[in-house]
Design a protein around this ligand. Structure first.
Ligand SMILES: [Zn+2]
Length: 200
């Protein structure tokens, strides 16, 4: 494939940024695309434009929502919030059917390496939710990594004094384990055995 066309080069560069894809697989994807203009490029272009226009992250809970619709976090329905690092983690927990309640998607963990700070994560809005909604329990479903524990401690500190039970997934998560890659059995046991952190 000739790489002298700037649009193609740019596309390869963009697609190589996806997780798990290097420039070799990006080139294969681009080839597939240009060989299927009507079946792939056209609907993909329209769908991407629609997603860009109509989908955004809720500023209250971090979940994805339609731009014009209210987020599901606005429904007064549950009294538990499960705090996760990212949307992939939420999808895994949701797909397992273990938990029915609100989610709160931080958008990462506190990490010196990625330069992630408190303000980048949705921790202030989590505190607000705990204060203003009738929440009984906050379940911290964060990775068993240094960053995950640091973030969990930081959240605990921020929720101090509020009348809400804080628990975290305990048994079953291997050290360094990321929620996204846990099997349903491990996740189920981690949820069932979640341990209270504070009772206030
Ligand atoms: Zn929301």
């Amino acid at each position: 494939m000739s790489n002298s066309i700037p649009e193609i080069e740019e596309l390869i560069k963009l697609i190589s940024k996806f997780p798990g894809l290097g420039s070799k697989s990006a080139k294969r994807i681009v080839l597939r695309l240009i060989n299927n203009r009507e079946e792939l490029i056209k609907p993909l272009t329209n769908t991407l434009a629609a997603v860009y226009k109509n989908v955004q992250r809720c500023r209250n809970c971090g979940n994805l929502k339609s731009t014009n619709d209210k987020c599901t976090c606005a429904e007064k329905k549950y009294n538990q919030i499960c705090v996760v690092e990212n949307i992939a983690d939420m999808w895994v927990i949701e797909g397992s059917g273990i938990y029915k309640g609100y989610y709160h998607i931080l958008g990462g963990t506190l990490s010196a390496m990625d330069n992630k700070k408190e303000d980048d994560l949705l921790i202030p809005s989590l505190v607000n939710r705990a204060k203003n909604e009738s929440i009984d329990e906050i379940i911290l479903a964060l990775s068993a990594s240094v960053e995950g524990s640091t973030t969990a401690h930081y959240i605990q500190d921020n929720l101090k004094g509020l009348n809400v039970k804080i628990s975290k997934l305990a048994q079953g998560i291997p050290v360094g384990g990321e929620i996204e890659f846990l099997d349903d059995g491990t996740l189920f046991s981690a949820f069932k055995n979640r341990a209270p952190i504070t009772k206030n």
